[in-house]
Write a protein that binds this ligand. Structure first.
Ligand code: S3P
Length: 429
């Protein structure tokens, strides 16, 4: 059982880079597999979630090689996937499962998808419903609401679908199915979710139109293999952003962070809380912006967070709750019910773990409030099998008196295997 041990530290100083963006890495393999010709992916995230995606596509007959951190996908074109001989295992990865369901819906074969004990509890109905309307057949437990799911792909037809939640996994599943459908597929969301699928589809040659919250894709495009550099993952950078912001006198530079406007809500919120963040060296990778960030320690104040910004920082809420735990006053997180259906129930996990540090946190169904405190006490925490809870608690340990231990910390391998090493390289004893 892996543990991460963190002591209260004086300050953080130095330069770090974070591994490639998880959402973009998944999509690069998926679109590479559906394109004609070779796709070369630099700075691919070699972590468990994305390895699950690679394994699924290999099982569907796609040749994928790895050489010195560069992934080469040899695409067979839109209609080049083969029926898998065995069950496809998505591990812990919701993105793999939901986006794969979209792709498998349009295949002329049968397949079965499953995942680990966490993923088998997560809602799949949101994806199964529109894909069934497009023409695919699904069967599984509780009326095909949960993995394992059997998919009988069909000839699909384009639909116009209004999603009940702002979920990029749901939107992307429909758009990917739309690639195989007759006509145009349109998705409308209640608030904008991350748009990596749209940006990458355009880069691979699909006809994509975006009008505020409405996205449409024309079916049966010719996708062509591409060269891609994956920007650093802002969701991994978030741990260092908050760490540097809350440890007094810190001065940290994080290099090459993806700053897609549908993902950068954490920068805005931390700045509103009083954090000292400078964005510089801004560049663009095939339509995905990235930059370096400099974060210095400062005194933070509580804020209210809710509404349309939530999808722009959904995965950063665990570590933002740690920032709130040391901020002056209260921080209210509203409209965050989706946290209940992530890798674990993140509202419950934050309540259980932050209170071990002596933090006052009160939860309701789709909101929670953290009252900041000047003195946290080191604690023995549990990751709840969730990578982002493990890393967020390690950040809390930097400002808690004494020692903090995070148990079941192997879950960091889902998105950031080098996390402990990178964090410790910044600590000034
Ligand atoms: C993701 C979308 C988000 C996010 C997840 C990755 C994606 O999930 O929380 O970590 O890559 O599309 P939802 O679509 O469920 O909001």
């Amino acid at each position: 059982m892996k543990k991460i041990v963190v002591n209260q530290c004086k300050r953080l100083e130095g330069v770090v880079s974070v591994p490639g963006d998880k959402s973009i890495s998944h999509r690069a393999v998926m679109l590479g597999a559906l394109a004609r010709g070779q796709t070369v992916i630099h700075n691919f995230l070699m972590a468990e979630d994305c390895i699950s995606t690679i394994a699924c596509f290999r099982a569907l007959g796609v040749k994928i090689e790895q050489n010195d951190g560069v992934i080469t996908v040899r695409g067979n074109g839109l209609h080049g996937l083969q029926e898998p001989q065995d069950v496809l295992d998505c591990g812990n990865s919701g993105t793999t499962a939901r986006l794969m369901l979209g792709i498998l819906a349009g295949q002329p074969f049968f397949s079965v998808l499953t995942g680990d004990s966490s993923l088998r509890t997560r809602p799949m109905e949101r994806v199964v419903k529109p894909l069934t309307q497009m023409g695919a057949n699904f069967s599984g437990r509780q009326n095909a609401k949960l993995l394992p799911l059997a998919v009988q792909g069909k000839e699909l037809k384009g639909i116009h679908y209004q999603t009940p939640v702002a979920s990029a996994q749901l939107k992307s599943a429909i758009l990917l199915a739309g690639l195989f459908a007759q006509g145009v597929t349109v998705v409308e969301e209640p608030a904008p979710s991350r748009d990596h699928t749209e940006r990458m589809l355009r880069h691979f040659g699909a006809e994509i139109k975006v009008d505020k919250r409405r996205v449409s894709v024309k079916g049966r495009p010719d996708l062509t293999g591409q060269q891609l550099i994956v920007p650093g993952d802002i969701s991994s950078a978030a741990f260092f952003m908050v760490a540097a912001a809350i440890v007094p006198q810190s001065d940290v530079i994080i290099r090459g962070v993806g700053l897609n406007p549908t993902r950068d809500g954490i920068v805005e919120v931390l700045q509103n809380m009083g954090a000292d963040i400078t964005v510089f060296n801004v560049s663009d990778q095939w339509g995905e912006p990235m930059a370096d960030l400099r974060v210095r320690g400062s005194v933070l104040k509580g804020v209210e967070i809710g509404g349309d910004i939530i999808p722009r920082l959904i995965d950063e809420i665990p570590v933002l709750a740690v920032a709130a735990a040391v901020a002056r006053g209260k921080t209210v997180f509203r409209d965050v019910g989706e946290l209940r259906v992530k890798e674990t129930d993140r509202i419950a996990a934050l309540g259980a773990e932050l209170s071990k540090f002596g933090v006052n946190i009160t939860e309701r169904h789709d909101s929670f409030t953290v009252t900041g405190s000047t003195s946290l006490t080191g604690a023995v925490c549990d990751s709840h099998g969730d990578h982002r809870i493990a890393m967020a608690m390690a950040v809390a340990g930097l400002v808690a008196e004494g020692q903090t231990v995070i148990e079941h910390a192997h879950s960091v391998n889902i998105s950031f295997p080098q996390f402990e090493h990178a964090l410790k390289s910044l600590i000034v004893e």
